[in-house]
Ligand binder design. Sequence first.
Ligand code: COA
Length: 256
Amino acid sequence: MPFFNYKEKKIYYQINGNGTEKAIIFIHGSGGNSNLWKYQLNDLDGISSKIAVDLPSHAQSDKFSELSLDLYVDVLNVLIDRLKLNEVILAGQSLGGAVIQSYYFKYPEKVSALVLIATGARLRVLPSTFEILKKDFQEFLKFSPIGAFYKETSKEITDFYIKEAAKTEREVFHDDYSICDRFDVMDKMNLIKIPCLIICGKDDKLTPPKYATFFNDKIEESELILIDKAGHIVMLEKPDEVNQAIEDFIEKYLTV
Ligand code: COA
């Protein structure tokens, strides 16, 4: 299982592929980890390498004393440099979307395309989310699928999500949500000059289709895919549709 070093700490990532030609790197959302991309790591076609990272303090990566968006961006940069990738597509869900937008604004020349999944250019968090998290972590985990999933998403999927989320400490969830709450790049969309695929579940209550439409209206070269019967964890809820959208996007916009 691969790890890379970041300032004496170990960062875990999963890789499925052979080579450095063209890679897509997936960044999870608040309290998540790389396992939430299992259907993309295993089933996505049309690209030589698929990579997913556990951000600092998440799942198998080492614990850090302080978490920040700058840290997440810096860790991603070290990974990209270590793997010596030729062409990089960044895909991020929710908080991961904030990470990849920030990465692009800092290192525009190192990214070929963005896949913005269930995310936004501004990610204010409901005050009640912080309150429930503070009051009772087990309750928070138990009820998290209500906001995060389409109402008919199977128990198998929501249970898998809870099991993975339970690997994250309460404080890490808190820090991730605080990072989201402060994130706002709504006035920087005109700076995005690479192709962007925007994916959003039609029943996403946490980052609603309005956020996706905003991206699509403001970004010069973008494509919007709204997915039926899916909520905020769309990559687990509708993996076939998400993978198809990414494959079509890669074929259309990127060199092989
Ligand atoms: N893209 C486009 N529009 C956005 C946006 C985005 N990323 N983020 C906010 N806006 C819009 C809102 O729709 C709102 O528009 P309106 O005035 O026409 O209704 C306006 O900008 C201000 O919204 P916001 O900054 O969110 O402040 P608020 O006080 O209206 O609402 C919350 C605060 C927390 C209630 C609200 O952001 C919310 O419901 N968030 C989703 C729930 C959540 O916790 N998500 C987790 C994200 S990680």
